[in-house]
Design a protein around this ligand. Structure first.
Ligand code: 5RP
Length: 230
């Protein structure tokens, strides 16, 4: 089974948790896209759900698949969010934002009663940090923000190269919120909760890709089958 088939398997398993009438957070990325496609098939067959997309790309996918959409201004909570991740540790802490949607993804996950992470099992790691940590920043004053980020890294015992993310066309990648992303190669984050707190305290940081205590379970698809971690 190839990687894409594994992602679809994980998405299909998460779909088992969806009930009629649910208000859903819809994640971003290639794995979340499988979930949206499968959800669209169920909606076409009569399932009544409504979703809040975590990116403009996901909005387009959901519209194409016929999944009805709403916003967090129109509803007061979400029952379940299903999203992918770039890394998942045994405490279900995550690195997210490889697709650049971390800000909306975190707002949606935080507004949700439950978050199921869906992934192929290569995303499962003993310690976060091999995947570059995305930090969404305001372009204004970026030099000062970068220095503050470096200081926060040092306080939390990590260090590594930082680079402003570029889009495929070579221009700076701009998020759906109009911000930039700095990707930090940290290697190993021994205390992700402390680092998350330190980064959140920096004025020029809009959000970071450490999702601490937000995921309720993870569905991991691998060669040996599906593993659900809670
Ligand atoms: C987007 C994300 C994605 O969930 C993450 O990058 C995983 O994507 P994929 O399912 O394509 O591997 O955080 O901001």
């Amino acid at each position: 089974m190839n990687m894409d088939q594994l992602k679809r398997q994980a998405a299909a398993r998460a779909l088992d948790e969806v009930r009629d009438g649910m208000q859903l957070g819809l994640g971003t990325g290639s794995t979340a896209k499988h979930f949206i496609e499968l959800l669209g098939e169920r909606v076409a067959a009569g399932l009544n759900v409504i979703g809040v997309p975590t990116s403009e790309a996901t909005r387009a996918d959901a519209e194409r698949c016929g999944v009805p959409l709403t916003t967090l201004d129109e509803i007061d909570h979400l029952d379940l969010t299903v999203d992918g991740a770039d890394e998942i540790d045994p405490q279900l802490n995550l690195i997210k934002g490889g697709g650049g949607a971390l800000l909306r993804e975190k707002i949606v996950a935080a507004a949700s009663d439950r978050m199921i992470v869906i992934a192929d099992d290569t995303k499962w790691v003993p310690t976060l940090g091999r995947f570059p940590l995305p930090v969404e920043v305001i372009p204004f004053g970026l030099g000062a923000t970068r220095r503050a980020i470096e200081k926060a890294f040092a306080q939390c015992g990590v260090s590594g190269q930082m680079a402003v993310r570029k889009a495929k066309d070579g221009h700076v990648f701009v998020t759906d919120g109009g911000h930039w992303i700095v990707d930090a190669q940290l290697g190993r984050i021994a205390d992700p909760a402390s680092l998350a707190k330190a980064l959140s305290a920096i004025p020029g940081v809009v959000e970071h890709g450490l999702f601490i205590g937000l995921a309720s379970s993870a569905v991991l698809a691998g060669g040996d089958g599906i593993r659900v971690i809670e």
